[in-house]
Structures are given as structure tokens and as C-alpha cells.
Design a protein around this ligand. Structure first.
Ligand code: FAD
Length: 597
């Protein structure tokens, strides 16, 4: 049975020493989030994930979901009770506004909890995860009446939420969508069409399911400018808030898929279902973007989460599995062989994963705190700066953390040799589950295009310049610190590569957009390498300061610094390779006609 321990200590290092949470005291909800309270909350969350969610991961994968002839869906054994424990613990509304029954705590805490939940059981965690995304969209774009009708039940967790974008003929290109909405005399709309791949579209965990659905109002313009967003409940809600008749929406079938078997991926048939407009007509994509941006960050976290749990199991195995002898002579001469963790290639693999996980977690925490600033600060300049950060970092967190999350899960699986390929060890599941994170919420090639095509040039490049300035200022401030030389110099070099790549796009991609398209994925990864390098430099600085305090954490801080050193020496140099690829342009990529493939 695979093991999982939530990395609470590592998170607390980030919140105490790297991005001290106390600095955010001026924001609503943060006054109650003292370090001790945060540690206690995360400790409780860790317990739920380790003791309730994780033990159901393997069995949920093996059992999967079942659709019955009446269209109802049963989730794997234990999922409903685990979900109920999550809802009863108040986790759904951890960061939701108090007026709707939430606790109003920092959304950063929720993001951190999402990592624990997704490591413990990705398929199960998607049910509440999607609900939280739907809550966010309704909070921003729902009318008062819609908010009053749906939010308290969703925050309580007795109703769940979904997002319905994809149709058989369109996923990336939503301008093609056909689901139609016809106005009813009572102000509602009749929604008709087929949505596919809808996660948590039908299940047995909640009394009601609140679908957020993109559709085209009859007569609306073609393309993305004619798309509207609707709330379509599975069961209609009476005026007094009680549940009424069943709505005209049902699950037509379940997809048989590579991973996340415990999550019901549904074909949803809308047959004149009653729906209510959210936000303005024809501005539905805009409203849905609130949910999509939340979900993109959450999916990035899912990538990290699969890498983390796979790593924990790979380390345990590498310390236990006896094969061969150390190149420098036996380390355990009393045993028939040394544990495989003595071998440099095994250590290289494990350190790559560890270095990615810890930097990715720092990037997530940093970004999640920025999200709180963007949504809660009363200072306009501070809000704008945080908003710039979010725009720039969302595709990076989604694209890089899921590409690498999958890659790292595969590396962790490799540590098990042939046993990694056998289902009962659980490593195969981590790899299979991680794979979807690169695809949904906008496939990663689309994230890269979003970064290069939209985010770089937005507001005259204000966001990217802000990032360059911040990292550059850190390098300058710490240039004289001998103990940080191994961090600052490679970071400075990586930043230089990123600046050159950005400049190259400015000079070569305007007139020839294929140059941007062909280099976008390399650019996104180059950005990720530098952002994570910056995280390592900040963590190394904080770890050194903490170690100097001498309060019994020296060994942990040494491990931090050594892991960071590995990142800087063995992973950061990839920035040069990425820049070299980008600078060759699109010619080699585009020269071959399609028929020659
Ligand atoms: C298990 C699972 C769960 C899902 N859950 C949901 C859900 O809850 N709600 C929902 O609405 N959807 C959901 N999806 C759908 C998912 O978001 C889409 O599959 C995804 O957005 C890609 O769309 P597509 O499959 O139509 O691929 P396509 O859009 O056909 O793309 C195919 C490939 O072409 C590339 N491509 C397309 N256009 C471009 C371009 N302009 N430039 C560069 N590359 C391009 C893409 O990157 C991709 O690699 C889910 C899918 C799965 C498999």
C-alpha cells in the first residue's frame, strides 16, 4: 500500500521564513491566520488526507465509478463518506466569505490543502475542487439571488459544482460550441446540447449538482463573442430553497479512461434543462474565466501533488531495496547488498524530484498569497501588482508544474524497476493520474501560447518587467553574500537567458507569429526554471538565516540548502538549452508540408 505524509513542515517553513504570512496581517481574513493557527489547521487537514483520503486511492482506482441504467452514478466504496468528512470539517468553505457560511480564511490555505488532498487522492479531491471553482465564479458574476440560492449549500458542501465547456467537436476552440439556450417566458433559459468529459458531472455524494454551462443564446453571434454562461442545477430549487423537480439534465455515459478512475467523467445531455444566465449575455467566457483561472492553478497543484506522493514512495523504496554495491565500496557490509539509495544515478533521480517539488511548492504558495492580495487588498497599486503576477504565473504554474509533475512521477516509478509497472505498488496509478493534468484546463501547449501570445505583451509588458525587476533586485542585493554565490550567480544567468528569449520574441515574433508558436513551450519551461530558481535562492537565504538561529532545525535547513544546490547545478543550466532552441525560430518546425508527415 503506498504511503503519504502531508508536507506540513515544509509549508510552515515557507509561511514562517520565506513568505512570512504575518506580513499579510492587513488583509481581511489574515488576522486570524497566525502561524500557530495555520499550523493547527494544516495539521488537521493533513490528518484527514493521510487517514481518510489516501487509504481510498488505490481501491478507488481499481473499482472506478459505475453508471446505472437510470443515469445515476455510484462512486467507489468509501468516497461518499470521505467527502462527507471533508464537508463536515468545513474544508469546502475554508476561504469562502462568512456571509455564505465560509470561514473567510486566506485562500492560500485552501491552495495548500488542495496539494494535500490531491496527493492523497486526486480523483476524490476533484469533487470538492470543482465545487470551489464554481463558488468562485458565482461569487464574482452571480446575481444576489443566484448567490443566495446556491452559495450557502455549495459552501456547506451538500451541493457540488461542475464546469461544462467541452463538446464533442470543440475543446480548445470554444468558439465552435453549439449548445443552445432559448429564453423561457419566466426569465430562465432552456438549455439543449451535449457536453463531454464533464468531471464530477453525476455522482452520489451530494443532494444536488450545480452545473456551470457555456451555451449560445439563440441568435447570438458566432464564435467566442456569442457565448453565455448559465447555472443549471441537477434538481430545481424551490423559492424557499428546498429541492423541487428533477431538471432536464442527465449523465448519458461515463468515459473509460487512463487514470482518475474514481472521478466520474461524464457525457452530459441537456434536454431543454432550465438554466439561469450568469453575468452578461455573450460575455460567458469572461465569467467562466474566473473558474478556469482558479482551476488552472489547482491543476498545477495537482501536478506537484502527484510528484510529491510518488517521490515519498520512491524514497521509502530506495532506502529499502537491496541491489548492488556502492561504487566506493559497500556501505552496509553486513547486508547481502546496499540499498539502492547509495547509487549516484538513483540519488540524481530522487534529488531531481525533491528539488522540483520543493521549488514548485514555494511557487504555489507565493502565487496563492498574491491571489489573496489581488482579491483582498485595499491598496490599488498592490492589487494591480498582484494581479499582474497572477496573469503571468497562471499558465506557468499550470503548464510547467503538470509537465514536470508527470515527468517526475515517471522518474519516481523508475526507482521501483519492474515493480513500478505492477499495479499493486501504486506507482503506475500516480503516473496515470498525473497524465490528465497536462491535458485538461487547457492543454499545456495552449498554456504556453497564452503566456507568450497574451501575457507577455499585456499592458505594455508591465507584468514581465515587474518579474524581471524583482528577480534582478534580489540578485543585486545578495551579490556580495559569499554563502549565496552558488544560488545568485546561476539565477542571474538564468534570468539573463529569459530576458534574451523575451527580447528575441519581441524582435522576431511580431512579423512572424510562427516563431512565437514554435518557441512557446520552451519559453514557458525557461520561465518555470527561472521562477523555481528564484524560489530556491529565496529558500536558501531563509534556510541560512534559520540555521544561524540555532534552534534545532539545522539538519532540516542543511537538507534544504543541499537540495537547492542540486537544483542550481543540475537543473538550472537547462535555461541555456531552452534559449538556444527558441532562438532558432520556426523554420525547421514549419518547413515540412503536412502531407510529408
Ligand atoms: C478526464 C478528463 C476530464 C475533463 N474534465 C472536464 C470538465 O470537467 N469540464 C470540461 O468542460 N472539460 C473537461 N475536459 C476536457 C478538456 O478540458 C479538453 O479535453 C481539453 O481542453 C482539450 O480539448 P480537446 O480534447 O477537444 O482537444 P483539442 O482542442 O482537439 O486539441 C488537440 C491538441 O491540439 C492542440 N491544439 C489545439 N489548438 C491549438 C492551437 N491553436 N495552438 C496549438 N495547439 C493547439 C492542443 O494543445 C491539443 O494537444 C476533461 C477531459 C478529460 C480527458
Amino acid at each position: 500500500m503506498p504511503v503519504y505524509k502531508a508536507p506540513v513542515e515544509d509549508v510552515m517553513f515557507l509561511l514562517n521564513d520565506v513568505f512570512p504570512i504575518e506580513r499579510y496581517n492587513n488583509l481581511p481574513g489574515f488576522a486570524d491566520a497566525t502561524p500557530d493557527t495555520v499550523e493547527a489547521i494544516l495539521g488537521e487537514g493533513a490528518k484527514l488526507c493521510e487517514e481518510v483520503f489516501a487509504p481510498l486511492n488505490l481501491s478507488g482506482d481499481q473499482e472506478g465509478c459505475t453508471r446505472h441504467p437510470d443515469g445515476s452514478v455510484t462512486t467507489p466504496k468509501g468516497f461518499r463518506q470521505a467527502y462527507e468528512a471533508y464537508a463536515a470539517g468545513g474544508w469546502m468553505g475554508l476561504a469562502a466569505p462568512e456571509e455564505y457560511g465560509g470561514q473567510g480564511l486566506p485562500s492560500a490555505l485552501n491552495t495548500i490543502m488542495q496539494e494535500f488532498v490531491s496527493s492523497a487522492n486526486l480523483a476524490l479531491g476533484m469533487y470538492p475542487g470543482l465545487t470551489q471553482g464554481a463558488i468562485a465564479a458565482l461569487l464574482v458574476h452571480g446575481s444576489d439571488e443566484i448567490k443566495k440560492t446556491y452559495l450557502p449549500k455549495m459552501v456547506e458542501g451538500v451541493w457540488t459544482g461542475t464546469m461544462n465547456l467541452t463538446e464533442p467537436h470543440c475543446g480548445t476552440d470554444l468558439g465552435l460550441l453549439k449548445t443552445k439556450a432559448v429564453p423561457n417566458p419566466d426569465g430562465s433559459y432552456a438549455i439543449t446540447g451535449t457536453k463531454i468529459f464533464i468531471s464530477a458531472g453525476e455522482h452520489d455524494m451530494a443532494e444536488n449538482i450545480v452545473h456551470l454551462v457555456l451555451a449560445r443564446i439563440e441568435g447570438a453571434p458566432a464564435g467566442t463573442k456569442g457565448i453565455s454562461l448559465f447555472v443549471v442545477p441537477k434538481v430545481l430549487v424551490n423559492r424557499d430553497g428546498s429541492l423541487g423537480e428533477r431538471n432536464g439534465v442527465s449523465c448519458g455515459s461515463l468515459e473509460h479512461k487512463m487514470g482518475i478512475h474514481g472521478n466520474a467523467t461524464c457525457v452530459m445531455n441537456y434536454d431543454g434543462a432550465k438554466g439561469w444566465l450568469i453575468g452578461e449575455a455573450n460575455r460567458g467566457l469572461n465569467a467562466m474565466f474566473v473558474m478556469m483561472n482558479e482551476a488552472r492553478l489547482a491543476v498545477g497543484v495537482q501536478g506537484l501533488a502527484q510528484s510529491e506522493v510518488a517521490y515519498q514512495n520512491a524514497v521509502a523504496y530506495a532506502k529499502d531495496r537491496l541491489q548492488g554495491r556502492s561504487l566506493t565500496g559497500p556501505k552496509f557490509p553486513d547486508k547481502p547488498a546496499d540499498p539502492i539509495i547509495v547509487h549516484p544515478d538513483v540519488r540524481r533521480t530522487l534529488l531531481s524530484i525533491k528539488a522540483f517539488n520543493e521549488a514548485a511548492r514555494a511557487l504555489v504558495v507565493w502565487t496563492a498569497l498574491k491571489s489573496d492580495v489581488a482579491h483582498r487588498s485595499s491598496d490599488e497599486a498592490e492589487r494591480q501588482q498582484a494581479d499582474d503576477h497572477m496573469g503571468l504565473m497562471t499558465p506557468v504554474v499550470k503548464g510547467v508544474l503538470t509537465d514536470l509533475g508527470f515527468d517526475m512521477a515517471v522518474r519516481a516509478q523508475q526507482m521501483f524497476g519492474g515493480h513500478g509497472y505492477i499495479e499493486e505498488w501504486g506507482m503506475s496509478q500516480f503516473v496515470r493520474d498525473a497524465r490528465i493534468t497536462m491535458i485538461y484546463e487547457g492543454a499545456n501547449g495552449i498554456q504556453a501560447m497564452d503566456l507568450v501570445g497574451r501575457k507577455l505583451g499585456k499592458d505594455g509588458g508591465r507584468a514581465i518587467m515587474g518579474f524581471f525587476n524583482e528577480v534582478g533586485a534580489f540578485c543585486q542585493e545578495n551579490a556580495g553574500d559569499e554563502s549565496l554565490k552558488g544560488f545568485v550567480e546561476p539565477l542571474q544567468q538564468g534570468l539573463g537567458h529569459l530576458q534574451q528569449a523575451t527580447m528575441w520574441f519581441m524582435q522576431n515574433a511580431m512579423a512572424k507569429p510562427d516563431n512565437a508558436g514554435a518557441g512557446a513551450t520552451d519559453y514557458m519551461h525557461l520561465f518555470g526554471l527561472v521562477a523555481m530558481g528564484y524560489m530556491w535562492a529565496k529558500m536558501a537565504k531563509a534556510a541560512q538565516a534559520r540555521k544561524a538561529d540555532g534552534n534545532g532545525v539545522a539538519e532540516r535547513m542543511d537538507a534544504k540548502i543541499l537540495t537547492g544546490r542540486f537544483y542550481m547545478e543540475r537543473m538550472m543550466p537547462e535555461t541555456g538549452l531552452r534559449l538556444a532552441r527558441i532562438s532558432t525560430g520556426a523554420d525547421a518546425t514549419m518547413a515540412m508540408p503536412a502531407e510529408m508527415f
